[in-house]
Design a binder for this molecule. Structure first.
Ligand SMILES: *[C@@H]1O[C@H](CO)[C@@H](O)[C@H](O)[C@H]1NC(C)=O
Ligand SMILES: *[C@@H]1O[C@H](CO)[C@@H](O)[C@H](O)[C@H]1NC(C)=O
Length: 598
């Protein structure tokens, strides 16, 4: 690897200013009391008081540690990145910022509608739409955006989108679609539109039709669904390149959607098919309790492949927690699977960068030795996709890591957590911070993939140039050369998703500030003047070069989470809703008979 490999321009020159300097402590008001009189009283009272206190502690020894925790709480506790209660603002509307996000949504949606209403995907630079297949669109963009319009109160846009679903949407297409993407975007979008429209039956009917067309994907020897589905022929289709393999996150990220549909329709089959996937995973987990990213479609076993929280691994972990949340904490099997997975992640994948001690997640790459032995190599690579995980860990800590069933405070207090809850909360807070720090680029946007420094990486030039130790870099990026794939920003939502959750759980205004910075960077570098937003090729290049693509998750996730970040706590409260991995909210429910499996 050449020495300059990984060099990148830092926005902040040789001595970077911290992007978010710690807030100045404000001075506390001093109370004006008569000190001398108080002292007089204390002199008389302290002996009996001390005796009473001693007796009380003798009978209630736990109180001492509570008191200790209380004080540690205000000091050295991770309620927020700055660990200061000064930045607590309460979860109320920030109308101005929230409305700016609504304007951005309109800028995106109305350009799409103007140029190619009904097409699956939008290309804002050429102002054209394309479909996933030649068979015509399946509402990829329209259905993915509907609940955002409902949440933002865009009634007229919503009415036109609904009309399209009513008159144009058809799944009777003789072509192959990705099972997972179709489920999370289209089925998920229909189900949350059903919920948020006040149970407009149009959406439920369409959802049932789509789900019935997807079900044949599960007809494999193991019961793991095939990666593709022919919606018209109702047939599962293997991946042509990897015919016997299915990816772990894809098979384990259908559950919220099919279970909610089962709850709505009383049809067992939707529930059973996706639950059986979870049984297979539980039975076959690797020795360290982790899951690799590929499984064998007929045996149901994990095959040697990377272990990571990034692509093809990410939402497996997300849905373990969310399945437990979805059924109102009644299925203990998911608590157990989630807690075990988090311990395994903490022990095997959470790493610290050598200079600023940034917390990040590594990947484990399998290596087969000549003697047939398998070993795992730790690789300091973190996808932008992993940035969902900080918020997810924080949310999980308040649920499976809480020391009692009653509601945890906002921000949480240390004594409200069990040990593993404290661990996950701390990891989560730090990971959110790391993801925010990867926005320290020329554009203020974070790259698709970052690598963190490790002693054996052979990079030296980096420090000499920037003057400050760089903890992370974009692999293959070097000045004056074509930007590598890793350097792009494709309008991904994961960091703002975590910021939304972190803000709801802490009320710490810093999370809003960071989200606002990201929003402004999107406005500045991704916005297409004629309408829409585009991905950019290189986060370290200004002015940005745009790629002619607006991913559907901009409207379904990125702008929705930003809107929610600036909304008050009554908008989709986290104790009533669970978001699917495409940011479609479903209500939490208590199942009548089901209790999970063992
Ligand atoms: C995409 O599909 C939609 C809906 O079926 C159709 O109206 C449109 O013409 C298609 N666009 C292209 C470019 O084929
Ligand atoms: C969840 O369970 C709690 C207590 O067990 C109950 O009070 C609450 O109503 C349930 N929520 C829903 C949405 O079923």
């Amino acid at each position: 690897m050449p020495a300059e490999d990984g060099l990148r321009k830092r926005k902040t020159g040789s001595k970077p200013e911290p992007k978010h300097p710690k807030q100045q402590p404000t001075t506390e008001p001093e109370f004006d009391i008569d000190g001398a009189a108080l002292l007089q009283y204390l002199k008389i009272l302290w002996v009996p008081l001390l005796i009473c206190f001693g007796v009380f502690i003798y009978f209630n020894p736990a109180v001492l540690s509570e008191i200790a925790n209380f004080w540690i709480d205000t000091d050295d506790w991770y309620s927020s990145p700055g660990t200061s209660s000064k930045s607590f603002v309460g979860i109320t509307n920030d109308v101005q910022k929230r409305d700016a996000v609504v304007q951005a949504f309109k800028h995106a949606w109305r350009a799409y509608e103007r140029d190619c209403m009904g097409a699956d995907e939008y290309h804002p630079v050429s102002r054209k739409g394309t479909n996933l297949t030649n068979a015509g669109g399946i509402g990829y963009t329209v259905v993915d955006s509907i609940d955002t319009m409902l949440i933002m109160g865009l009634d007229e846009d919503y009415a036109r989108a609904r009309k399209w679903v009513e008159t144009k949407l058809s799944f009777d297409k003789n072509a192959h679609f990705n099972t997972f993407e179709t489920t999370i975007r289209v089925l998920g979008g229909l189900l949350s539109a059903y919920e948020l429209s006040g149970h407009d039956k149009l959406y439920l009917d369409r959802a049932i039709d789509l789900a019935d067309r997807i079900l044949p994907a599960f007809d494999t020897e193991s019961g793991l669904p095939l990666p593709n589905i022919n919606l018209g022929m109702r047939q599962g289709v293997p991946d042509p390149d990897l015919p016997m393999l299915v990816s772990t996150a894809e098979v384990s990220t259908l559950q919220l959607e099919f279970r909610y549909l089962s709850y709505l329709t009383d049809e067992e089959v939707y529930w059973d098919k996706v639950e059986s996937v979870m049984k297979i995973i539980k039975k076959n987990l690797l020795p360290h309790g982790l899951a690799s990213i590929y499984m064998h479609a007929s045996t149901g076993e994990f095959v040697p492949s990377a272990i990571r929280l990034g692509s093809r691994g990410d939402s497996y972990y997300e849905y373990l927690l969310k399945q437990f949340i979805q059924t109102n904490r009644t299925e203990d099997v998911y608590r157990e699977m989630y807690d075990n997975a988090m311990t395994a992640v903490h022990e095997n994948l959470i790493s610290k960068s050598p200079y600023s001690r940034m917390t990040y997640t590594s990947e484990l790459i399998p290596e087969r030795h000549p003697n047939g032995q398998l070993s795992w190599r730790l690789t300091p690579k973190q996808d932008h996709l992993v940035c969902f995980f900080g918020g997810s860990l924080m949310l999980g800590a308040t649920i499976t890591g809480a020391s009692s069933v009653s509601q945890i405070s906002i921000p949480p207090r240390q004594f409200e957590f069990l040990d593993h809850g404290k661990r996950d909360w701390k990891d989560g807070v730090e990971l959110v911070k790391t993801c925010v720090d990867t926005h320290d680029t020329m554009t203020g946007l974070s790259p698709e993939i970052v690598h963190f420094r490790i002693p054996s990486d052979g990079l030296t030039g980096l420090f000499a140039r920037s003057g400050a130790p760089a903890d992370w870099y974009i692999k293959g990026a070097s000045l004056g050369e074509e930007a590598p794939y890793d350097a792009r920003y494709i309008l991904r939502p994961e960091t703002v998703e975590s910021l939304f959750i972190a803000f709801r759980l802490t009320g710490d205004v810093r999370y809003r500030d960071w989200g606002w910075d990201i929003f402004q960077a999107i406005e500045k570098h991704c916005k297409v003047e004629t309408g829409g937003y585009a991905s950019i090729f290189n986060v370290d290049e200004v002015p940005s070069r745009k790629e002619d693509k607006m991913e559907t998750f901009l409207m379904s996730e990125t702008l929705k989470y930003l809107y929610l970040l600036f909304s008050d706590a009554s908008v989709l409260p986290l104790d009533k809703y669970v978001f699917n991995t495409e940011a479609h909210p479903f209500p939490i429910f208590t199942p009548n008979v089901r209790k999970g499996f063992s």
